[in-house]
Design a protein around this ligand. Structure first.
Ligand SMILES: [Zn+2]
Ligand SMILES: [Zn+2]
Length: 379
């Protein structure tokens, strides 16, 4: 005898029915569908067999336990709960004979595709069937894209920034099962946990999503209070993300496993797209940095050793005597620092500052300087 129907529904009893209720229901229905009382009706005979089978299973505590936990799959000869528990994560779940499909067909891939397809459309419409809540559709593990503004100084230093974002995680109340703690989440009896119903011709692959369980393959008695049976909840994630030293604008940082988590605990990644701010003092071109530095006339004429700012501190630079305005001095390797790589260069453009107002004595000195240096640079 094999039936794909829910055995509790066949006997018209709740899933927590005791032995007395079970026996009463069996007697009542066996009488109703007994072949002798139904003039040989084939339909009644079929129902009679189903009722007898349901009673046989549910009156046996061990069989009932297996059925409650694993559905019809648990009743197949040679059934191994250990293998099944592993398979119930839908990873590498290979169809068994009960599913009506050939060995070697990987249902993990098939159902994985189905689940993500369903998640896109959200839970299907439909109410409750015989008091059993239908599990809403699953939500897949996905990568999360995030934009993060960072300063050029942060990029130069390779510091960490704190990011906050909403993230789906496996429900901590039901551990992704969708059922209230203490309540059973059973394999759907209509589709045998496959999420699809087999057509009379052809394989289960071409079947329609199971209406009894919304294609999830599972049926839940009491849905989890926290996640409403979805198996995932949303929470705010706060995370420190390390900025790679020398990262480019629009560069992406991948943080493994920090994306959305599905009900089975599979994780997507977090992808942080860096928006590197322009700095008010430094201009970045590739890995090189450009800065303009004002110097007074005496330093330009006589030369000097001055302090030059960088993104990570300051350093000494020699201004050669006779430095022209707009002269660009290169400091090799003092540009954008890069982790494990040669840094860019720092270019310092000199800007000679001419005083607007000078005292009489300085004016006399400049006039004397002009007399001593009569050459005209325009000639
Ligand atoms: Zn939950
Ligand atoms: Zn189903």
């Amino acid at each position: 005898m094999s039936t794909s129907k829910d055995l509790y529904q066949v006997l018209e009893i709740p899933t927590d029915a005791d032995d007395v209720t079970l026996k009463k229901a069996y007697r009542r229905l066996a009488k109703r569908y007994h072949p002798d009382l139904n003039k040989g009706s084939a339909d009644a005979e079929e129902r009679f067999k189903e009722v007898a089978y349901a009673h046989q299973v549910l009156s046996d505590p061990e069989k009932r336990r297996l059925y409650d936990q694993f559905g019809h799959d648990g009743l197949v000869e040679g059934f191994d709960p250990k293998t099944y528990e592993h398979a119930s994560s839908w990873q590498g779940f290979t169809g068994n004979a009960n599913a009506g499909a050939g060995a070697g067909v990987n249902f993990g891939d098939l159902l994985g595709g189905l689940f993500s397809h369903m998640a896109a459309g959200g839970p299907m419409p439909g109410g409750f069937a015989s008091g059993f809540a239908k599990a809403p559709a699953s939500q897949p593990a996905e990568d999360i894209d995030l934009k993060q503004k960072v300063s050029l100084r942060d990029v130069a230093a390779g510091t960490s920034v704190e990011v906050r974002y909403p993230r789906r995680t496996q429900c901590k109340r039901c551990y992704g099962q969708g059922a209230e703690p203490g309540s059973q989440a059973r394999v759907c009896g209509v589709c045998n946990g496959l999420g699809r119903n087999k057509l009379s011709h052809g394989s289960v692959l071409s079947g329609q999503p199971c209406h009894s369980c919304n294609g999830t393959g599972r049926r839940i008695e009491t849905v989890c209070r926290k996640c409403a049976g979805v198996g995932v909840t949303q929470e705010e994630q706060i995370l420190k993300v390390r900025i790679p030293q020398g990262a480019r604008d629009q560069g992406r940082v991948r943080v493994r496993g920090k994306g959305h988590v599905d009900k089975n605990g599979q994780c997507g990644d977090l992808l942080v797209r860096l928006e590197v701010h322009n700095d008010t003092q430094f201009e970045r071109r590739g890995d090189d940095l450009y800065v303009t530095l004002p110097i007074p006339i005496p330093e330009a004429v006589l030369g000097a050793v001055i302090d030059v700012p960088t993104l990570t501190g300051s350093l000494k630079m020699t201004i050669p005597p006779g430095t022209d305005a707009n002269r660009r001095l290169r400091l090799k390797g003092k540009g954008m620092p890069k982790r494990d790589q040669i840094a860019g260069d720092l270019y310092v453009s000199v800007q000679i500052v001419v005083p607007r107002h000078i005292d009489k004595l300085s004016q006399g000195l400049i006039e004397h300087f002009a007399e001593l240096n009569p050459q005209n640079p325009r000639e």
